[in-house]
Each structure stands twice: as C-alpha cells, then as structure tokens.
Design a protein around this ligand. Structure first.
Ligand SMILES: [Zn+2]
Length: 270
C-alpha cells in the first residue's frame, strides 16, 4: 500500500513540549507519511534550537526569526546572531515574523520595526523564503508585504483571513499555510478560501504543539496529525489524499528549495 508523503511546513519541535519524546513523535510522524519537517524559531533561543535539530538527511529543516510576541527583543545583536544562524546547514527559511494585534505582547511600534527590518534582512542579505505570522493584523500585514519585493517568496502560515484577503495574498505571490483549523466544527472561511485558492499555493502545516486537529483537540498537537489535516482538506476540495499530498509537498519542496521533488512515490508496506 502506498502512503502519501507529506511536508510539514510549520512545526515547533524546538518547543519544550517535545523535550521528553521527540524521537517517538518523529517516529509516529514518519509512520504517518511525514517526510519533511520545517522547525520554526520564534525567538533567539528557539531559533538556536531549531538549527541544532536541523538534519537535512533526515528531512529536518529549520527557520530562524523573531516572532511579533518577542519583537521588543529585536536589536542589532539579535540580528547579527540570526544572520549567523541563517548560514547553518538545513536553514531553508526565515521566520516566523509578522504582526500580532490579538495578544499585543510587544508594542505595535516594536512589532512593525522588527517585522520590516527582518523582511529586509531576509530579502536583501539572506535571500530566504519567509514564514509570516499574522493575527488580527491581516490588512496591516498585507500592506507591509505589498510594499516590498517578493524575493524568495514565502507563506502566510495558519491562514485565517477572508477570501478577498487570500486573493490579495496570492496575487502578491504568497503561499497560504493550512492547518488544524480546517478540521474544526467551525473552520470559518477556511474551506471557502481553500476552494478558491490555486492548489500550487497551498502548504500543509500543524503548528504543533498548538492548534491540534480534531479529534485530538485539547491535547498536544504533533507532526503525525498532519495526516488529519490532509484528510479533511482532501474532503473539502473533493480530491484524493494522494494527489493533494503530492501537490502540497511539491509546493513546499520548491518554495524551500529542499531538493528531491516527489516525482515517484515510495511504497510503504504496512
Ligand atoms: Zn508557529
């Protein structure tokens, strides 16, 4: 029986919630068909940890950056260390960066400054694709993104905007990350967005340990649950899981330039 191979484009295996069972979580993910994991940093410490975990031969990749919650920590020293980290093996993206006006854990002014300076850094010095976080800040985020060159592109992760906003993001050249919310009883406009968006712009993600899909909502999320996101999205789009897996994995391999596109599926006996 051949199993769809998946690229998990947003996970926090660098989070303390995985400190005690990371090998087991990775084993379960592999068994569920997850072939690549992009481990995302949110501050300096978690970015260092993401780089430590990176192991391209094992399908483990890293992104480094300062999340809007930590925007107040942004400084020239932080910037210089991120540049160093970004040159490490297995670092294929910059992020997560962006704006979060829901929790406002850093002042908005600091958020804009950290976001814009990291955008420039990723574009002009590092040429890395971006992982963008936005919450209650979609219009501002899209305004900022529309003012800079697309560069190596990137993804608006855990998409939560309207169909019109999705159209704008895709027109600007961005990918949309779809995760566990698609499995919820009330997924908002996400199914409509997914149906209206060209398949070559959709990426799958878990955002684990957060945003656990049904039926495990309330427990810790983990990468193996990406298969649940795939299953639900396939139903929403009325497509086969294997087609959707191949397409979304191809999108991720191209965006993050991780080599070997899934031309031929590997058979896994179970
Ligand atoms: Zn995240």
């Amino acid at each position: 029986m051949s199993m769809p191979e998946l690229f998990e484009t947003h996970c926090h295996l660098n989070h303390r919630d995985f400190a005690s069972d990371l090998p087991e979580a990775l084993f379960r993910a592999r068994r569920a068909g997850v072939r690549e994991h992009l481990v995302i940093g949110w501050d300096l410490e978690s970015s260092r940890r993401a780089v430590e975990l990176a192991d391209p031969d094992q399908g483990l990749f890293a992104a480094v950056g300062i999340h809007p919650h930590h925007a107040s920590e942004w400084s020239a020293e932080v910037r210089d260390e991120l540049v160093d980290l970004a040159g490490s093996p297995g670092v294929v993206a910059f992020g997560e960066i962006g704006l979060d006006f829901y929790r406002n854990l850093s002042p908005r002014e600091a958020q804009f400054r950290a976001f814009e300076e990291q955008l420039t850094l990723a574009r002009e010095r590092l040429n890395l694709p971006l992982i963008i976080h936005t919450r209650e800040s979609m219009a501002d985020t899209l305004d900022v993104l529309s003012g800079v060159p697309l560069g190596a592109g990137g993804v608006l992760h855990c998409w939560s905007g309207s169909c019109q906003e999705a159209e704008r993001a895709v027109d600007l050249g961005w990918h949309l990350g779809i995760g566990g919310v698609i499995t919820y009883k009330n997924p908002g406009s996400l199914p409509d967005v997914a149906r209206a968006t060209s398949l070559d712009r959709i990426l799958l993600e878990t955002d684990c340990p957060y945003l656990t899909p049904m039926p495990y909502r309330g427990k810790r999320n983990e990468p193996s649950y990406l298969a649940l996101v795939l299953g639900r999205l396939a139903k929403v789009l009325d497509r086969s899981e294997s087609d959707l897996a191949v397409q979304t994995r191809t999108n991720a391999v191209r965006l993050f330039n991780t080599g070997s596109e899934p031309a031929n599926k590997i058979s896994t006996s179970v």
